[in-house]
Every structure is written in structure tokens, then in C-alpha cells.
Design a protein around this ligand. Structure first.
Ligand code: FAD
Ligand code: NAI
Length: 475
């Protein structure tokens, strides 16, 4: 007999598994189907984020940062290191262990929350009286039926036309996380989030990295002042970034890759590298969902069309995360997962895209929330700006990491915080206070009046708030 569920979630990435947990917490009989396999063919829930995204990239960013610190910066602290050597297989193995811990953690959470997990591919069969029938194909093969269906099938790396990923020489994010030996030269196409993070990992491990970016501006979505400051830091580190290029023919030979391109001056150039990462954005993944069988509407880019509440064109079919509009971020997918489960339960949850934080985990880290100065200018909004450099922060000096600043933007009349932009040490953690402030519609004065621990990097946030009112205390 067909198993009946209140909620079936297709996809076990951060959007899907969190949606399933919240649905189960709310008392729904819930199933989650995910097809990701580990190297032994077993289940590996967690999606792109856990397997080839957020988690493994952060593991390698941490390990490579330790290597760089030991090789280049420990001496500043009076620590002499001799015989420093890289054990890349061990570093990659550690990353795989971290991934597995996360996979296992999710399987445990499925059990704990009494979620029925199906390892395989889920695809629509037909609408039924009870909702929708879903075919599961994989380790288990059966048709299950759900009153509500949540599509959380994520995204895949976009390839350049005519240059498929072979994961040997032409690498997506997947291959970029498991290069078996440190390449002498690495090319990256796209100076976005993946290009900068993965470029940083391999540069720190000794590779000569060149990033080719199509746009003439660096990190166009980032506040211009912060992007400029970040670029200076990357230049100092020796990360080569060429802007305004037009990539031409890419030749993939056994011993390496040759990229023909035109630089910003219009001159023909060739870049010869051992490996090439292509990180030019991602495309929604609806392959194998059999959307046609039920008429689930996709847009021209292949994304599932949803309204502000993640409702699709079909009754009781929802979609969340990378497969729908909005930032392709794990925490955005998670918030949508929670919101959809709560809406199914008749609650009224809202995901505020304006307070979704962004973080680029380079060194220095780049983090922001809300609007950039260029966006406020374009809108004609009257605003005040305050910046505070980490150079004037005691904790940053003690850490030996004084690059960057905190920049706060507030409404000129009401003083409401409109955006906060940080480049510097542990910006990923500092931004949380700013997200909360914006959610609570705080003013810059609110932050300026809050007692921050001394010495701490968070004092730079307080000082940036004071700077909005032109009254910094330590600068
Ligand atoms: P996914 O994580 O892609 O999960 C979808 C799951 O559905 C997959 O397991 C897939 O196998 C499964 N699936 C697909 N189709 C089917 C089907 N028909 N049946 C069954 N299962 C199916 N975001 C951050 O917020 N912070 C970061 O630091 C960060 N770092 C990243 C680093 C890299 C290198 C990359 C590539 C991405 C990174 N991201 C980061 C983005 C983040 O990974 C995604 O935004 C997030 O994973 C999206 O979650 P999701 O649940 O929508 O989809
Ligand atoms: P991206 O959108 O961040 O950057 C792509 C870059 O490639 C852009 O700068 C774009 O102008 C450039 N580009 C596009 N086509 C090009 C071409 N033909 N030639 C040269 N340059 C070209 O995409 P990326 O880096 O692939 O990452 C995908 C997404 O994954 C991110 O947008 C983000 O949502 C997510 N992600 C998030 C991370 C985080 O939160 N720390 C880390 C990594 C990825």
C-alpha cells in the first residue's frame, strides 16, 4: 500500500532537512528524500552545503589559514617554526571527516525527529486525491504520497558553454575541494564568492592563482568602499585578479589548461594553468523531478516559480532554497524551510531578505547586511555613514590582524540602521549583532549606547555606530 505522509520534502540540503525537522516538530508525519551518495554509495544528506559547499570549503579555509599563519605570521608573535610541511592528503582527509560528521548528524536528527528518510531520487508521478504521488528511485524504490510537497532540490555549478567539467582539470566547486596535489598554477574564472574562497585556499597552500573576472568592477554587490579595501588586501597577498576580461577558447590538454582571453585593454592574452576552476554562478536543479507530469511552473532560468510565501503554482506544493529566487545561501534556504513548515501549520512566518547576511570567508572576511552606500545613493535616500578601522581596535592589534573596518549606514532623519558592511577579522561573527539590530529596527544610537566587552572586535561595531554621529572615542 502507498505510504501516506502529511509532508514530503524532496531534497535533504539545508533547506530540505530543516523544513523536514520543523514540519516534524509541528506534529506532521514527514518524509525527506535525498539522493546524495557518499563514496561508499550510502546516504550523505546535507546537500551541496554539507558535501561540496559551505562545510568542506570552510574546513579547507581553516586548515590553509593555519598553514599560512604558521609559515608567515607566527614569527611576528615570537614563535619560530622550522620544518613546516604540508600534508595535503591529511588536510583533505580531515575535511572529509568534517563532512561525514555533518552527514551523520543529519541522519541522527531524522531519527530523533521521527522523519522517514528515503535515500534516492524523488520525482512527481501525479496529483492524487490525497495530494501528490512521488516516485522514489534508488536504494528504495516505491511510490509515496504526500498532502504537502516541499521541493528543495538545490542548485548545480554552471559550466561555460563548450567547456564541461571533467573534475580533473576543469573543476567545479566539487573538484576544487579535492585537488590531490598542490597545483603550481591555478586559473579561476569568476571572482565571486567561490572564486575568492577557493582561490584563497590554494594560494595559501603555495599555488600561483589567477582569477579572471568578466565584470569591470570587483565584487559589484558589495559596498564599494569595502570591496576596494578587500581588493587591496587580496593584491597584497598575491592573489592575482584581472577584471573586465572576456574569456575565449579554453583548451583542456592532459597536462594542463590553456585559456585565451581579452583583457580590459582589449589585448589578446593566454593563461596557461595546471587546473582551472569555473565559478560563474549556479543553476537551479530540477533535473529528474518530472515537473512536466504535474505542470509545476519553472521560469526561463529553470527555477521553480514561487510567490513571497514559497507557494508554487500547484496547490500544497512549495519550493525553497537555491531552486527558487533569492540569494543562494544555506541560511536563506533554512529560513524558507522553517517558514514553509510553519505556513503548512497555518502560522504566518515571514523571511526578510533585507536582513539575510552575506559572508565571504576569505582573509580578511567580508560580511554585510542590508543596503550598500551605492544602493542608497541610487535610491536618493538621505543617509549618514560611520566607519571605524580595525587598526584602532585593541583586540585586533593583539591578534595581529588590523586589516579592514566596520562601516555603518543609517537613515539621516530617523537614524535607523540601513546597512552594515565589514571587512576584517571574524567579520562572519561580528555581522550577527548587526543583523539582530536591523531586525529590531535599531538606530545607530542604540548600538552606540550598548556596552561591548573590552577588548573585543565588536567594539569596532560600537565605534562605527558612534562614527555615524561623528563621535568615535578611539579614533
Ligand atoms: P542543496 O544544498 O543543493 O541541496 C539539495 C539536495 O537535494 C541535494 O542533496 C541533492 O542531491 C538533492 N536532490 C536534488 N534533486 C533531487 C531529487 N529529485 N530527489 C532527491 N534528492 C534530490 N552558503 C552559505 O550560506 N554559506 C557558505 O559558506 C556557503 N559556501 C558555499 C561554498 C560552495 C563551494 C558552494 C558551491 C556553495 C556554498 N554556499 C554557501 C551555498 C549553499 O551551499 C547553498 O545555498 C545551499 O546548499 C542551498 O541549500 P538547498 O537546500 O536549497 O540545496
Ligand atoms: P557568484 O555569483 O558569487 O560569482 C560569479 C562571478 O563570475 C561573478 O563575479 C560574475 O561576474 C563572474 N562571471 C560570470 N560569467 C563569467 C564569464 N563568462 N567570464 C568571467 N567571469 C564571469 O558565483 P559563484 O562564485 O559561482 O558562487 C555561486 C553561489 O554560491 C554564490 O553566489 C553564493 O550564493 C553561493 N556561495 C556562497 C558562499 C558563502 O556564503 N560564503 C561561498 C560560496 C558560494
Amino acid at each position: 500500500m502507498t505510504k501516506q505522509f502529511d509532508v514530503i520534502v524532496i531534497g535533504g540540503g539545508p533547506g530540505g532537512y530543516i523544513a523536514a525537522i520543523r514540519a516534524a516538530q509541528l506534529g506532521f508525519n514527514t518524509a525527506c528524500i535525498d539522493e546524495w551518495k557518499n563514496e561508499k554509495g550510502g546516504p550523505a544528506p546535507g546537500g551541496t552545503c554539507t558535501n561540496v559547499g559551505c562545510i568542506p570549503s570552510k574546513a579547507l579555509l581553516q586548515s590553509s589559514e593555519h598553514f599560512e599563519q604558521a609559515g608567515k605570521h607566527f614569527a611576528d608573535h615570537g614563535i619560530q617554526v622550522s620544518g613546516l610541511a604540508l600534508d595535503l592528503p591529511k588536510m583533505l582527509g580531515r575535511k572529509d571527516t568534517v563532512v561525514k560528521q555533518n552527514n551523520d548528524g543529519i541522519l541522527y536528527l531524522f531519527k530523533k525527529n521521527k522523519i522517514s528518510f528515503f535515500h534516492g531520487r524523488g520525482s512527481f508521478v501525479k496529483a492524487s486525491d490525497a495530494g501528490h504521488d512521488i516516485q522514489v528511485t534508488g536504494a528504495t524504490e516505491e511510490i509515496i504520497s504526500g498532502k504537502h510537497i516541499v521541493v528543495a532540490t538545490g542548485s548545480n555549478a554552471r559550466a561555460l558553454p563548450g567547456t564541461p567539467f571533467d573534475e580533473e582539470n576543469i573543476l567545479s566547486n566539487d573538484g576544487a575541494l579535492r585537488i590531490p596535489a598542490v597545483p603550481k598554477k591555478l586559473g579561476v574564472i569568476g571572482a565571486g564568492v567561490i572564486g575568492l574562497e577557493m582561490g584563497s585556499v590554494w594560494r595559501r597552500l603555495g599555488t600561483e592563482v589567477t582569477i579572471l573576472e568578466g565584470l569591470p568592477t570587483f565584487l559589484g554587490a558589495v559596498d564599494e568602499q569595502i570591496a576596494k579595501e578587500s581588493k587591496k588586501a587580496f593584491d597584497r597577498q598575491g592573489l592575482k585578479i584581472e577584471l573586465g576580461v572576456k574569456v575565449g577558447e579554453i583548451k583542456n590538454a592532459k597536462k594542463g589548461v590553456s585559456i585565451a582571453y581579452t583583457n580590459a585593454k582589449g589585448e589578446a592574452q593566454t593563461l596557461d594553468v595546471d587546473k582551472l576552476i569555473i565559478s560563474i554562478g549556479r543553476t537551479a536543479n530540477t533535473i529528474g523531478l518530472n515537473t512536466e507530469a504535474v505542470g509545476l511552473k519553472l521560469d526561463e532560468r529553470g527555477m521553480v516559480v514561487v510567490d513571497d510565501h514559497c507557494k508554487t503554482n500547484l496547490p500544497n506544493v512549495w519550493a525553497i532554497g537555491d531552486v527558487v529566487r533569492g540569494p543562494m545561501l544555506a541560511h536563506k534556504a533554512e529560513e524558507e524551510g522553517v517558514a514553509v513548515a510553519e505556513r503548512i501549520a497555518g502560522q504566518h512566518t515571514h523571511v526578510n531578505f533585507n536582513t539575510v547576511p552575506w559572508v565571504i570567508y576569505t582573509s580578511p572576511e567580508i560580511a554585510w547586511v542590508g543596503q550598500t552606500e551605492q544602493q542608497l545613493k541610487a535610491e536618493g535616500r538621505a543617509y549618514k555613514s560611520g566607519t571605524f578601522p580595525f587598526l584602532a581596535n585593541g583586540r585586533a592589534r593583539a591578534l595581529g590582524d588590523t586589516t579592514g573596518m566596520v562601516k555603518m549606514l543609517a537613515d539621516a532623519v530617523t537614524d535607523e540602521i540601513l546597512g552594515v558592511h565589514i571587512v576584517g577579522p571574524v567579520a562572519s561573527e561580528l555581522i550577527a549583532e548587526c543583523v539582530m539590530a536591523m531586525e529590531f529596527k535599531a538606530s545607530s544610537e542604540d548600538i552606540a549606547r550598548i556596552c561591548h566587552a573590552h577588548p573585543s572586535l565588536s567594539e569596532a561595531t560600537k565605534e562605527a555606530a558612534l562614527a555615524v554621529d561623528k563621535r568615535t572615542l578611539n579614533f
